[in-house]
Design a protein around this ligand. Sequence first.
Ligand code: SIN
Ligand code: FE2
Length: 238
Amino acid sequence: MSEDGLFELELVQPAVDDAGPRLVGPGAVHVPGWLTPVQQRWIVERFGEWTRGPVPLRAATLPGGHQMSVRTVCLGWHWQPYKYTRTASDVNGQPVLDLPDWMVRLGRKALAAAYTTEVAADPSLAALAGDYTPDAALVNWYQDGAAMGMHQDKDEASHAPVVSLSIGDTCRFRFGNTQTRTKPYTDVLLRSGDLFVFGGPSRFAFHGIPKVFAGTAPQDCGLEHGRINITMRVTGLS
Ligand code: SIN
Ligand code: FE2
């Protein structure tokens, strides 16, 4: 299937447990069930293509030598601790794939959806949607047991919102505050198809993934196990 029309639906799918959109912090919005199963399966197919290279999925090594349990492939810009580069100089030196146009359009729809929901209506953030042009996407792959510690997404020079999409196994997403990696925070279950946007006053909030619930991926999402997370960002770099 081509991407034409695939992401044109404005429909927000009825979410699991009838949970509606939720404001988790100022500018931080969880929209359950935003991607349809057809869209999820299509993205899973693209994921398969992205992992074939030129840069493979890799677990980044943090300063100090700790290797992350999450493996990542990047689009647009390559992220490594703690900077963006044009080539994957910490992997194989190859340039990363372009960030596809459909993802830019999807990012705009995501912002528009998140910031016009009743719980999170924010005209000043919604107004950003039309011009939103993410130039980097980190595509994370969580296998059984993978987790991600509390961190800020702060290697970007831009304050534009981060758009996050989840496919596959359900996870616990911990969304905190901008000051410390500890409490107060809110734990949110991100399920297959969910959208989470954090911008405005929450753009630099600490967040992490303490747990992925193995074996919870719905049958129709295109993944039998594991979890894919895509975060789109505006690097502000040139
Ligand atoms: C991240 O913070 O980069 C990933 C978040 C997620 O996997 O949902
Ligand atoms: Fe992050």
